[in-house]
Ligand binder design. Structure first.
Ligand code: GLP
Length: 250
């Protein structure tokens, strides 16, 4: 596990974007595992900027997103498909046909979960998986549980996640209660994992995830067992890791 400390959110975003850009340059037809949430937004902005400057192309890249709310169509402003279009896909030369987000509207959720697993398998797996982290340690939408769900599946969102996501919706009633997410097994199979964390509100869960026991009560703790994990965080989010003596590089 490598930990990179950035001075602030902007620097963190730039560092994360450079790791993604390096992946794309080294393997132009790579498979990127992409994430939503507020933390990766700055990294996407930076990637768009490099694309516009002519320094980066996504022409041959395929992507698979971690998750999607159930019941939201792809053109709903709070759906994760919409998020990806607005924050990245609409602004770069990626082929939209090569971008994958689970369907939140599938009538048969089980069939959709299986289809999504096959999409990942047919692509040959994920080269680099970008991850944010929920305040309760969730990754994708794998919430704290009594075991680690392996494959793509439907989840009931934790009350704290519903509350945290409410800020994006007009009213509490509109916040979806369920989502479809890649499982922990799907995430673990990624060749490389890049975790982005920002702000003091994440310091505690970052510490628990990477210094505490590996437990499905803190889903991100499974990443301790992954052979190639990079964490990029700002000072505030990494504060407790550093206090615990985990080596960090600037
Ligand atoms: C949602 C997403 C996660 C994301 C999390 C944290 O729950 N499903 O993939 O990591 O939000 O979001 P933020 O980065 O806004 O703290």
């Amino acid at each position: 596990m490598r930990v990179y400390r950035a001075e602030d959110y902007k620097a963190m975003s730039r560092r994360a974007a450079s790791i993604i850009a390096a992946q794309v340059m080294q393997k132009p037809n790579c498979v990127l595992g992409l994430a939503t949430g507020s933390t990766p937004v700055g990294a996407y902005e930076q990637l768009v900027e490099w694309y516009k400057q002519g320094d980066l192309s996504f022409k041959e890249v395929s992507s698979v997103n971690l998750d999607e709310y159930l019941g939201l169509t792809g053109d709903h402003p709070q759906s994760y498909r919409y998020f990806m279009q607005k924050n990245l896909f609409d602004h770069v030369d990626i082929d939209v046909a090569k971008t994958n987000v689970p369907s939140g509207m599938a009538e048969d959720a089980e069939a959709e979960s299986k289809r999504y697993e096959k999409v990942m398998a047919d692509l040959g797996g994920i080269d680099l998986q970008l991850l944010g982290m929920g305040h309760n340690g969730h990754i994708g939408f794998n919430e704290p549980a009594s075991d680690f769900p392996i494959a793509t599946h439907v989840v009931d969102l934790a009350e704290s996640t519903i509350q945290a996501n409410a800020r994006f919706f007009d009213s509490m009633d509109e916040v979806p209660r369920q989502a479809m997410t890649m499982g922990i097994g799907s995430i673990r199979k990624a060749k490389k994992v890049l975790v982005v964390v920002s702000g003091e509100g994440k310091a505690d869960i970052v510490y628990r995830a990477f210094c505490g026991p590996v437990t499905p009560e803190v889903p991100a703790s499974i990443l301790q067992l992954h052979p190639d994990v990079t964490i990029v965080g700002d000072r505030a989010a990494l504060a407790k890791l550093e206090e615990a003596g985990v080596p960090v590089c600037d």
